[in-house]
Ligand binder design. Structure first.
Ligand SMILES: C[S@@+](CC[C@H](N)C(=O)[O-])C[C@H]1O[C@@H](n2cnc3c(N)ncnc32)[C@H](O)[C@@H]1O
Length: 278
């Protein structure tokens, strides 16, 4: 439901001032709505959650997001507001089913077009490495919507890894096409005895700290998609810093493009720096 509709529904239940605080939209993951409730509306949060439920038959539970994604598994604290007290759901994105627990795994439904963008860049028979793979949304979308030969995905959260496996089965993807590895990228990459045509690094908070692990898996013309958070006037500087790091690590790269892949705060963006090893 968009915010205008929600505000209309709440017209008789909230004052004009209160309605001005209602957030314009909310995330939907499967049958779960994840809403943001400003402090000014804390006393009305159940009422708002019930309005969301009443207006959206596909939504069965409403949870409130509390703070940002945090910790080593990048999970988000959520608080139940209305409907079923169930945090497990199945989300459908671009024809792919993704089962997950929203309290225990990172997942953003907002990356739908970014994942398809990457899938379209994959050339026939590429071998792709997805780091920080979570419940495997990138890997699954690539398996279904690209001509990749093989995809290897690495995730250290055991719960997300378990769901990634379920998702492989749920989407009938052969286990030799999508290989799911559980563990720390820094420990798992050295065990890989091959080079990759494309490497995806969706950990915007700190992916640059893992560039050194790529040394054994990149080759000439490998493509790297590295995510970062950056202010709009810093995109080029952030990319320059990455280029410098790659050079120092012994695999000089060129920037093919910088793409906005969502907004994380006012004037702050999640960007994807597309790099090619020279
Ligand atoms: C921002 S989330 C992205 C998840 C997934 N790619 C997606 O788009 O939904 C980052 C993920 O990386 C995992 N992670 C963080 N550090 C890691 C590491 N050193 N090795 C493996 N996985 C890691 C976290 O557990 C989390 O699931």
């Amino acid at each position: 439901m968009n915010g205008m509709r929600l505000k209309e529904v709440l017209e008789t239940k909230l004052s004009k001032r209160e309605r001005s605080f209602v957030r314009a939209s909310f995330d939907t993951v499967g049958s779960i709505a994840l809403v943001e409730v400003p402090d000014e509306l804390r006393k009305k949060q159940k009422l708002i959650a019930n309005a969301v439920l009443a207006q959206n038959p596909a939504i069965k539970s409403v949870f409130k997001k509390v703070g940002a994604h945090k910790g080593r598994f990048r999970t988000q604290k959520i608080v139940w507001l209305a409907g079923e007290k169930k945090t497990e759901t199945i989300h459908k994105e671009s024809g792919v089913f993704m089962k997950l627990d929203v309290a225990e795994c990172y997942f953003s439904p907002r990356l739908v077009s970014e994942r398809l963008r990457i899938a379209k860049l994959v050339k026939k028979n590429e071998n792709v490495l997805v780091l920080f793979s979570g419940v495997a949304p990138y890997a699954l979308i690539l398996a279904k919507h690209s001509f990749a030969k093989k995809i290897v995905a690495i995730e250290k959260n055991p719960v997300a890894h378990k769901y990634a496996f379920e998702n492989l089965v749920l989407n009938k993807i052969p286990a030799d096409k999508l290989i799911l590895l559980r563990g720390d990228v820094k420990e798992k990459i050295p065990e890989l005895k091959e080079k990759f045509d494309r490497i995806i690094m969706p950990l915007p908070k700190s992916s640059e700290l893992f560039l050194e692990t790529l040394r054994s898996v990149v080759k000439k013309h490998s493509m790297i998609h590295l995510y970062q958070f950056a202010a709009e006037d810093e995109f080029s500087a952030v990319a320059e810093n990455i280029i410098e790091k790659c050079f120092q690590l012994g695999f000089p790269c060129r920037v093919v493009g910088i793409v906005k892949a969502g907004q994380s705060a006012p004037r702050m963006y999640r960007i994807c720096i597309d790099l090619e090893v020279k």
